[in-house]
Design a protein around this ligand. Structure first.
Ligand SMILES: NC(=O)c1ccc[n+]([C@@H]2O[C@H](COP(=O)([O-])OP(=O)(O)OC[C@H]3O[C@@H](n4cnc5c(N)ncnc54)[C@H](O)[C@@H]3O)[C@@H](O)[C@H]2O)c1
Length: 431
């Protein structure tokens, strides 16, 4: 029988949906985009022109699409965090399977609503915990599942959110104020890392969590003397401040451009003058970094106790000079460690024989050789597209081990409860 591509309708034609849907352009045998639902007419038009479907497949929102019944195999739901449930429930009830962005819910009640709805409809809901599908984390998971390092004693994950990313997304941007975005930093950013921790520790369950964190840098009392309120309007430090919007966004106009320049989407080829005018106007990205309405933490440390007796820690530190994700897992037979950005990990096994490395262990270097954008500043994510391709390819999914199944895993609710139960205790300086 001929293999047909999975047909999908984009719900929320923003930055993320457009990243995932590009697979339809590179691999039309796997994915075909056949419609769009989005209140924004510019985004609907761009999507229609890119994928070549008719006006009759353009809908003003998720409800209008759901009212038509099932028109495709699946939907790619890339709406913002706080509307995931109101957009997902009618579509799951209409019979769609779904690729849904993280965090799939912003509180425990929403989480239970979605889980119940997916179960009642027997829907497949795949959450965009993209790291799971990267060769780096997938490769580590394979080694653990094969028992290579024995029973896990401790797992450590670390995420450095670079100064550029922190300031753009979590101080000036969409995830800076918890009242507006309805998420915490842990939920918006570290749900990936905590999901990875729970996935690697799938043989057990978390029994207790604790956490410390706070807002260290970006508050009015830390503003340099003489700082203005908008960098390119009234600030004498515009050419020297490390966080000047001129230096971050005019000198680097392509970094996180989908957030910074989203108001210019209606213009065909925005010029640098258009960008300068936007920053001088009312764009949130033109504000003094010390005088924003940010209330989410910029650093947080989480400790987890597992039923098996193992422990885990996750450290998120925002404002570093460069991005970094690191993992280190120590088991009874050996260790696995590596930096995601280097696309390499090491498997070190206990070896008391005299010819072992340092007379202690054997170390194997695993080089995944993934190049390109590992953090998403330009829309990539460390080789995840190959995983998305693999997930859609029915033959490889059938051969994959159970933990690879791209379905709504019971681990995700565990991760979410773990995050919501983590009431952040402020660090001394941020009290
Ligand atoms: N997986 C990752 O690594 C990753 C990275 C960044 C962001 N995200 C997540 O991706 C999601 C989307 O982020 P984004 O920056 O692409 O958002 P965005 O704001 O660019 O796009 C959201 C779109 O949804 C549309 N929309 C709003 N209400 C709607 C409705 N009722 N029906 C249909 N469409 C509707 C909006 O008009 C908008 O075009 C967020 O949940 C975010 O947290 C995930």
């Amino acid at each position: 029988m001929e293999n047909k591509p999975v047909t999908a309708i984009i719900v929320g034609a923003g930055h993320r949906s457009m990243v995932y849907s590009k697979l339809a352009l590179t691999n039309p045998e796997l994915l075909k985009i056949v419609g769009v639902a989005d209140p924004d007419p510019i985004r609907r038009k761009k999507c229609r022109e890119l994928y070549g479907f008719g006006e009759d497949m353009c809908f003003e929102n998720a409800n209008a699409l759901a009212a038509k019944g099932r028109l495709a195999d699946t939907v790619i739901n890339g709406t913002m965090d706080e509307v995931h449930i109101e957009t997902s429930v009618p579509l799951l009830n209409a019979g769609y399977d779904m690729l849904l962005e993280k965090p799939f819910a912003v509180n425990e009640e929403e989480m239970r609503t979605l889980v119940d709805c997916a179960r009642q409809n027997h829907s497949k809901v795949m959450i965009c915990h993209v790291l799971r599908y990267t060769p780096f984390y997938y490769g580590i998971k394979e080694r653990i599942a094969a028992g290579e390092i024995g029973d896990i004693i401790n797992i450590q994950t670390l995420e450095h959110v670079s100064y550029h990313h922190l300031s753009t997304s979590y101080v000036r941007g969409k995830w800076a104020n918890s009242q507006k975005c309805h998420t915490s930093m842990l939920l918006a950013k570290c749900c990936h890392d905590l999901d990875i921790m729970m996935w690697m520790m799938a043989e057990t369950k978390p029994t207790a969590v604790s956490s410390f964190g706070g807002k260290f840098q970006f508050k009015p009392e830390n503003a340099p003397a003489g700082a203005g309120t908008r960098c390119m309007v009234d600030c004498p430090l515009v050419d020297t401040c490390r966080y000047s919007c001129k230096r971050l966004y005019i000198d680097h106009p392509d970094r996180w451009s989908f957030y910074v320049w989203d108001k210019l989407e209606g213009i065909e080829n925005p010029t640098i003058e258009d960008k300068i005018n936007l920053l001088k106007g009312d764009s949130p990205y033109g504000r003094c970094i010390y005088k924003c309405d940010n209330d989410v933490v910029d650093h947080q440390s989480v400790m987890v106790q597992f039923a098996s007796g193992a422990t885990g820690t996750h450290n998120m530190v925002g404002g570093s000079s460069a991005p970094l994700r690191r993992i280190h897992i120590i088991g009874t037979k050996g260790e696995i460690y590596g930096n995601f950005e280097e696309s390499k990990f090491y498997v070190s096994k206990i070896d008391p024989s005299p010819d072992a490395h340092n007379g202690e262990c054997q170390i194997e270097e695993v080089d995944l050789n993934v190049k390109g954008d590992m953090v998403g500043a330009y829309g990539g994510h460390g080789g995840v597209t190959s995983g998305w391709r693999r997930a859609l390819s029915s033959s490889s999914a059938a051969k994959s081990p159970a933990w690879h199944a791209p379905l709504f895993s019971t681990l995700l609710p565990v991760t979410c409860v773990c995050i919501w139960q983590t009431k952040v205790a402020p660090t001394a300086a941020s009290r």
